[in-house]
Write a protein that binds this ligand. Sequence first.
Ligand SMILES: C[S@@+](CC[C@H](N)C(=O)[O-])C[C@H]1O[C@@H](n2cnc3c(N)ncnc32)[C@H](O)[C@@H]1O
Length: 256
Amino acid sequence: MVKNSEADVTAAGPAETLVGMLDAIDTMPAAAALRARSYELLGTGSPIADVGCGPGRAVAELNERGRRAIGVDMNPEMIAIARRRWPDADFRTGDAGALPFEDGEVAGYRAEKVFHEIGDPARALEEARRVLTPGGHVVLIGQDWDALVIDSADPALTRTIVHARADLVPSPRAARGYRNLLRDAGFEDVHAEAHIGVFTGELMLPLLAGLARAVHESGVITRKQRDAWIAEQADRARFDRLFLAFPVFLAFGRRP
Ligand SMILES: C[S@@+](CC[C@H](N)C(=O)[O-])C[C@H]1O[C@@H](n2cnc3c(N)ncnc32)[C@H](O)[C@@H]1O
């Protein structure tokens, strides 16, 4: 259950753990370049809604660029963290399916690493369209959870882990569907870009171990398989042999 007070976030909880992982990824130069690309595509209008803003980095960066940005996240713990980090910025608790904006109130809509967590992405885009002003821009960014490329001595087990972990995500292939989702929602000038995230070293070891643990908990692999696979990845990290890559899709659309 999501806790609903600022005091609750003083102890490291699930949100703090996710924030640690996001910080590690989002401070990488390639991630910063992708965010900069999204800001460019959002055009020059304000305000911009960053939906599923998490700890608020994009909101702060847009504000630094002289744009008025508003971060929205359904998790009050995340909103509390974002407010602590960027006290001058505007953060609101809200759901992508029922945003805290009037019709046509925002000039830009941005959602990064969010749509895979939403069970009904088409509904979220209906809501994006409602809150966007005519001519407003939407930019979606996200990884495809069913297309993780992981080097391993056991490719069959790795394939099982990747696909079974993807099945635990509400919309694991939302990112490959961005273009069609935007077109189906009536957006114009839609285009999609693919960027590749490549990770080596120890940074992503907790994420890889988390994949195997989740798949074991869901009963798809045995404890022995889980432990052997994590041990192999830990060895790879130790000897600089770890390799994880995945496509990150960015898609743009304009509200008619
Ligand atoms: C993986 S984090 C990404 C955070 C941030 N956008 C980033 O790129 O670092 C996903 C965020 O989306 C939020 N989220 C998930 N489903 C949501 C929904 N339906 N409405 C609003 N926020 C949502 C989560 O609470 C979480 O903070």
